[in-house]
Design a protein around this ligand. Structure first.
Ligand code: DAH
Length: 367
């Protein structure tokens, strides 16, 4: 795919910048020596072992999908925030960079699959800190049951699927983490009912590891599986890898530095990452009067467009409204390379460019 097919500078229905375009096709999850690939393969092993190879695996589906696939097919309401240009990358009014691997549920069901795992890169406009990056990786799991499967169980289809789902994912969590404490939390997703999150107790805290639930009947009915039930889950591979490998910053997954890449190898889940040295962060503050259209996601896109992976965090540190009703925001930008020391000069240059672009692109008034 050519850059011009995705990054359309003058098209108001397109909000994909070059740095995001350049991530398409890298497929970190398909490299067996990369933490994401190691985790993917370990999850594959669990499903292969417990379901005798019944799960079909997809890890090469194109991340450019239609609005219908990403949202409509999985019943995301028309007014849901995730559809906004502030949250999702649109290539044009009908095409997005998928914001979740759930975008592939419907087509795979229609193709007749009943057990599948879909792994891929997903894209979301977001704020910047050590656990958020606009491109990350998810794995979707999906299993269909026919009435024969639950007829002898004394349960209805939904209860049967929910019980099987919980058993399957508790087993997966033990496969990855060993004997951990876990808990189920009720939640909401448009595509499942009931919906749950699985949390595990890790380093003195409950950590959400995945979302899941019993698939809405409407999705099955629309895709050729009337009278069936199904469960589905979606998990974030970076989130789990950061915990399993002790990776402190999400930008590291994209690093080509040998000192990072050489620490991981095929089949070795949970080898602890040894930081090769911690370079000092440099903080720069900027304050401006915001306008009606201002959003933090737009600010972060501008900062990342200039500083790329040298920006570690963008944080609102002060916020007030004056008597005239004007609102001021002060953001603290942390610059830090994972690989080297930054010079004062290059940081000052970046900050200068950030200020100029924030002023010109976001039309805010610098203070
Ligand atoms: N698509 C959800 C997300 O990105 C994750 C998810 C939740 C996937 C529940 C599922 C599911 O398949 O059943 O946050």
């Amino acid at each position: 795919m050519a850059s011009v097919d995705v990054v359309k500078e003058e098209d108001p229905t397109n909000n994909v910048p070059d740095p995001i375009y350049s991530k398409i096709g890298l497929q970190l999850h398909r490299s067996g020596n990369h933490p994401l690939g190691i985790l993917k393969n370990t999850i594959y092993d669990y499903f292969d072992k417990n379901f005798s190879g019944k799960f079909n695996k997809f890890d090469d589906l194109c991340p450019l999908v239609s609005v219908k696939q990403n949202f409509d097919d999985v019943l995301v309401p028309a007014d849901h925030v995730s559809r906004s240009y502030n949250d999702t990358y649109y290539v044009d009014a009908q095409t997005v960079l998928r914001c979740h691997t759930s975008a592939h549920q419907a087509e795979l069901l229609r193709d007749g699959h009943t057990h599948f795992l879909v792994t891929g890169d997903v894209y979301r406009r977001d704020s910047i800190d050590s656990t958020h990056y606009p491109v990350f990786h998810q794995m979707e799991g999906f299993r269909v049951f026919s009435p024969d499967d639950w007829s002898d169980s004394g349960m209805d289809g939904t209860a049967y699927a929910a019980a099987d789902l919980k058993k399957t994912l508790e087993g997966l969590a033990r496969h990855l983490f060993g004997a951990v404490e876990m808990r189920w939390v009720d939640t909401y997703f448009p595509f499942t009912n009931p919906s749950f999150e699985l949390e595990i107790y890790f380093q003195d805290d409950w950590l959400e590891v995945l979302g899941c639930g019993v698939t809405e009947q409407e999705i099955l009915k629309s895709n050729g599986r009337t009278d069936h039930v199904a469960w589905a889950f979606g998990l974030g591979l970076e989130r789990l890898s950061m915990v399993l490998f002790d990776i402190p910053d999400i930008r590291l997954f994209w690093s080509n530095d040998q000192r990072f890449t050489s620490q991981f190898s095929e089949g070795k889940l949970g080898v602890k990452f040894k930081p090769f040295s911690k370079f000092p962060p440099c903080y720069k503050d900027m304050s401006f009067w915001i306008n009606e259209e201002f959003t933090e996601n737009n600010l972060c896109e501008v900062v990342r467009g200039i500083a790329g992976d040298l920006v570690e965090e963008v944080k609102l540190i002060d916020n007030f409204t004056n008597k005239k009703g004007m609102t001021s925001h002060c953001y603290r930008i942390a610059y830090r390379s994972m690989e080297r020391s930054l010079t004062d000069e290059e940081i000052n240059d970046m900050q200068w460019n950030v200020r100029e672009e924030v002023k010109n692109k976001l039309k805010v008034e610098l203070r």
